[in-house]
Write a new protein. Structure first.
Length: 62
């Protein structure tokens, strides 16, 4: 597992914990914070990986 994957899992877990705490305490603010954390973890998947090799541009590319 990469560090990025671990970070995404931790952020998602924290977001779910905060969300469900907000549900239990009936706190709208905590629910939105939890939703925001899960959204951040989701958006992390679209960041380019550091040092990842890019595929060739197309046919005939060296």
């Amino acid at each position: 597992m990469t560090e990025r994957t671990i970070a995404k899992l931790l952020i998602t877990g924290a977001g779910l914990a905060v969300f469900f705490t907000g549900v239990r305490t009936e706190s709208e603010l905590l629910r939105w914070i939890g939703i925001g954390l899960v959204a951040v973890a989701f958006l992390l998947r679209f960041l380019p990986q550091r040092g990842a090799a890019r595929p060739p541009a197309g046919p005939g590319a060296a």
